[in-house]
Design a protein around this ligand. Structure first.
Ligand SMILES: [Zn+2]
Length: 301
């Protein structure tokens, strides 16, 4: 009898879930999140363009808003009804609020629980990563690093080294949300396809010549491709699989030196795996992602 009741209840749940009209599911997942980093923005090739006290920062933050706006325009043209843009670089106050397409909502400032992915939730139907860069140790690639250039040498999850696009893509995956588009330099686009899959739309706005030199697309061409890429990506979003890793999630963090591992090791569950490396395991990716961020902040302090 107990068995019968259990299977009856399970049956009800299955019917309730499968029976939800697709339309209603679609309506619930109406939001599009655009995470905008800076190193992969058109025109940017050097560190001081991405820091508020650097030369040309004023121009670079305008280019960042323009790249974002081209994507926002493509999304609305394709039928999106709500677009949230999350400023994802450094202090996360790079895009001047008044420079953003007024149809989009801006998340500005830091810290934020999900950092580069703030705004992500179960209402999202798609994520787009704009202005992203390659993982630490890539070449040629503009300003390659992973989360913190001063602290991190590499981050692996379940044995696989991931750039920010992979770490963030897996966070989206934990909410069953696919990453549908990425823009950055050519190397970042290649890394994104190999990790997130071939269905991903990529837009290379520049070809890296070295770490601090690139051949840029003509400006108008870059904006046209960003807009078209966002449009294509939005229209095919339901055919793109979310990027999912398998639990339990083992995070391994390689710092640049052994001193950076010392404070993270004070946290319960964090173990030293090498003089400058620590590791921990999490059953829930979201919890693992948050602990990873906290450890990097501790190592950087
Ligand atoms: Zn950045």
């Amino acid at each position: 009898m107990k068995k019968f009741i259990v299977s009856f209840v399970v049956g009800l749940i299955v019917v309730a879930f499968v029976g939800t009209p697709l339309e209603a599911q679609e309506k619930a997942r109406h939001k599009v999140l655009v995470s905008v980093d800076m190193e992969g923005i058109w025109g940017i090739v050097y560190g001081d363009q991405t820091s508020p006290d650097g030369r040309d920062y004023g121009a670079a933050r305008k280019w960042m808003a323009e790249d974002a706006n081209a994507v926002v325009e493509g999304l609305f043209e394709a039928g999106a009804t709500e677009v949230v843009v999350n400023d994802s670089h450094g202090g996360m106050r790079n895009i001047l609020a008044s420079d953003l397409d007024p149809r989009a909502t801006l998340i500005s400032g830091t810290p934020k629980p999900f950092s580069m992915m703030e705004g992500l939730d179960r209402d999202c139907g798609a994520v787009l990563l704009v202005g992203y860069h390659a993982r630490a140790g890539s070449a040629p690639a503009i300003l390659d690093h992973t989360i913190s250039g001063a602290t991190m040498r590499a981050i692996r999850v379940n044995g696989r080294e991931l750039p920010e696009l992979g770490l963030n893509g897996a966070l989206a995956g934990a909410f069953d949300v696919p990453v549908v588009m990425l823009s950055g330099d050519d190397e970042t686009c290649a890394q994104a396809k190999s990790i997130l899959g071939n269905e991903l739309v990529t837009v290379a706005v520049k070809n890296a010549v070295g770490r601090t030199a690139a051949r840029l697309l003509p400006r108008a061409e870059a904006l046209k491709l960003l807009k078209q890429g966002a449009k294509d990506a939005y229209l095919k979003r339901n055919g793109v699989a979310p990027f999912k890793l398998n639990p339990p999630y083992t995070f391994e963090l390689d710092f640049h030196n052994s001193a950076q591992a010392e404070i993270p090791l004070l946290i319960r569950g964090v173990k030293r795996t090498a003089p400058r490396s620590v590791a921990f395991s999490a059953d829930d990716y979201v919890e693992g992602f948050k602990l990873m961020r906290a450890l990097i902040a501790l190592a950087s302090s």
